[in-house]
Design a protein around this ligand. Structure first.
Ligand code: AHR
Length: 669
């Protein structure tokens, strides 16, 4: 910082002088003190929405593996959803859902395969999430819990199971061709974990999993899981590598998880309880998702923390503020309700325990559980968000304050993030901020989904925010579309987040992931199928900002000289930042107009030496262009070398976002 202080009068001017149809002039001014930019500015927000977790990032291939789907999640669902009875070669038998002597109380249902006559096998098949995608030569780890069950047919004495029951597990294609096979044996009436590995002989995007009993009698089965051996960073119970990689490629500084509305849930019984999501997967308590499907919580808090560590992002968990979503039970349900006061001490303890789980020594109660999961060292949790765009009511405020007081008292090292409703203005927004100021919260979470015009018109939103008060987390924002115009508007707005990187501490686009055919919310940043990933044009904007972030900002102004035809200021946005690690100067130029804007870029003498070598990355296209599975390359970044100098010509293409990264420049002497 001190190096900048000697340049109190220094003015760096970067002129974009339009010499064709339009004329503009952009000035970049170094203020008396260079403005620092939050090191955590650009992150991601993961919510299990649009099948982002089960059927998405979580690599499990079988759907409804623990037979817990319910009609309360979707009217047509039941514990056998996505499973089917299979009887081969004259086999006869049936499937039944049982709850007596379950594998674990958190996982109360299981299936019993009753084999009256085995024929060539009786059992069940699973269709995965729209089929199971397998690749030739790859290995798939099967695990399941099984026990012999008395059916009254085979054993006269139900207590004596001394002959094993045989199981055959297969991957099959649609016409029944076996793509991989393994055998297992079940012995005894107590639950036992059995494992096998299936190797796929052929690739198939829509295989099915089949499990056949080839002996007469009853077998109880639960938590039937099929995992690719190849997961992201080879983590057990891990993540789908292509999806995890596309997130890692965003180089996010943080990951906000696990929601969103998912966190405060649909009614008090549906609050997201992090403790239900750790430990052996068969002992986790899955539950209905506010987005109307089932969350297995196989992707739970341990896996979230591990993923953050694997991609070098700070974990940013959100816990409910002990109130449920104000939209709970839209069909005549509860609306916002608060936990009874008698339950608050335990709820608050859960929040404190989360911090211990993440950061406590392996000898502490909750740190020991983290260590038992394979991570003795801490996860370095710095932030905890309390609440998600909750309605600002006395019920909310009372509970929020109780949680905040406890975290502040026990963990002053953790930054608490408050919440300011679902909109960029209005009653909840105003009251949320007023409350945050009363409590002197360090950071407040703002959410907004608005039109491209709104984003272009609101580029000065944070210029006037009070720097002495709470900092901002733009926890959810998007311009309601996946066309290039939307992404350009977001890019223009993101220059304003950089400019205000001293008061905007964190920002994340929302929502992140969406499985084709299973979306509850559009637009999203990344679409995927079982075998393919399609980053949207918005994704590339997020990525260019994230990989080209800086830690200090050179204030920019955009002006058009009097006289010539002008380009609307609203349609041009710029920012200039420095990355002190590399010494690179990074200039971002957004031209939302449909005309090219030829420009002269000038760095005045005070700016020091300018390295002539620059990388110039451009995103441009028709404002209506979208990246889709059919046309994934409509707008993708293209990088070339650019020779720059103290004064150089750069023609901003029509409808474009350019990043000019000037290598290791010496700035402001
Ligand atoms: O991002 C989708 C949803 O939008 C989030 O769950 C919620 O916080 C907001 O309303």
């Amino acid at each position: 910082m001190s190096r900048f202080k000697s340049f109190l009068s220094c003015i760096v001017v970067l002129n974009l002088v339009c010499i064709a149809m339009a004329q503009a002039q952009v000035s970049v001014t170094v203020e008396p003190r260079a403005k620092p930019i939050s090191p955590d500015l650009f992150g991601i927000f993961f919510e299990d929405l649009n099948y982002a977790a089960d059927g998405g990032l979580y690599a499990e291939l079988l759907q409804n593996r623990s037979f817990e789907y319910q009609a309360t999640e979707q009217l047509t669902w039941n514990p056998l959803t996505s499973w089917e009875l299979v009887a081969r070669g004259g086999g006869k038998g049936s499937l039944a859902i049982e709850a007596a002597s379950p594998l674990h109380p958190n996982n109360p249902h299981y299936v019993v395969v009753n084999v009256a006559s085995p024929g060539a096998g009786v059992g069940l098949s699973n269709s995965g999430f729209d089929g199971i995608a397998v690749r030739a030569g790859e290995k798939y780890d099967l695990s399941l819990f099984a026990r012999q069950v008395y059916t009254g047919r085979r054993w006269s004495n139900p207590q004596r199971f001394d002959t094993p029951s045989s199981l055959v597990a297969r991957l099959e294609n649609a016409d029944g061709t076996v793509l991989g096979e393994a055998s297992l044996e079940v012995l005894g009436s107590g639950w036992k974990r059995l494992t096998a590995t299936l190797t796929a002989s052929q690739s198939d995007p829509q295989a099915r999993f089949v499990l056949l009993a080839t002996t007469q009698g009853g077998i109880g089965l639960d938590e039937i899981s099929l995992f690719p051996q190849k997961t992201f960073r080879n983590r057990p119970n891990g993540l789908r590598p292509d999806l995890a990689q596309v997130l890692a490629d965003l180089k996010p500084s943080f990951v906000r998880f696990p929601g969103g509305c998912l966190v405060h849930g649909d009614g008090l019984g549906n609050l997201y309880r992090w403790k239900d999501t750790i430990g052996p997967v068969e002992q986790r308590r899955g539950q209905s998702n506010i987005w109307r499907y089932h969350q297995s919580v196989g992707l739970g808090f341990f896996e979230y923390f591990q993923f953050c560590e694997d991609i070098g992002a700070k974990p940013l968990p959100i816990v409910p503020a002990a109130v449920c979503c104000q939209n709970s039970g839209q069909m005549g349900g509860t609306g916002q309700e608060g936990l009874p006061m008698a339950e608050m001490p335990a709820f608050i303890q859960d929040v404190l325990d989360l911090i211990e789980y993440a950061n406590g020594p392996a000898t502490s109660t909750w740190g020991a559980k983290r260590a038992a999961a394979g991570h003795p060292g801490p996860f370095h949790l710095e932030y905890v968000g309390i609440g998600n765009e909750d309605a600002q009511t006395p019920v909310f405020r009372e509970r929020f304050k109780m949680i905040d007081d406890a975290v502040k008292a026990r963990h002053p090292e953790v930054t608490v993030i408050g919440t300011a409703g679902p909109s960029p203005n209005g009653k909840d927004f105003d009251e949320g901020w007023k409350f945050a100021n009363e409590l002197k919260l360090p950071v407040v979470d703002e959410h907004y989904y608005q039109s491209p015009d709104w984003f272009l018109a609101n580029q000065h939103r944070y210029d006037s925010y009070d720097r002495t008060k709470s900092k901002v987390f733009v926890g959810e924002y998007a311009s309601k579309g996946n066309a290039w115009l939307n992404a350009m508007a977001e890019a223009a707005y993101m220059t304003s987040l950089e400019r205000n990187g001293d008061v905007v501490r964190l920002a994340s686009y929302a929502p992140l992931l969406a499985r084709e055919g299973h979306t509850q919310w559009n637009p999203d940043l990344i679409y995927f199928t079982a075998t393919a990933v399609c980053p949207t044009v918005n994704y590339y904007v997020q990525q260019l900002f994230s990989i080209n972030h800086g830690d200090s900002f050179f204030s920019t102004t955009v002006s058009t000289p009097a006289g010539g035809a002008s380009v609307s200021e609203k349609n041009l946005a710029t920012s200039c930042v420095k990355d002190s690690k590399t010494g690179d100067i990074i200039l971002k130029l957004i031209n939302v107009s449909t005309n090219p804007v030829p420009a002269q870029v000038i760095f005045p003498g005070d700016f020091g030496d300018i390295n002539p070598v620059a990388a110039c990355t451009v995103l441009s296209g028709d404002p209506r262009a979208k990246n889709t599975f059919a046309t994934p390359q409509e707008v993708v970044p293209r990088t070339s070398q650019l020779t720059v100098s103290r004064s150089f010509q750069y023609d901003m293409p029509a409808s474009s976002f350019t990043v000019i990264r000037i290598k290791g420049s010496t700035t402001v002497k």
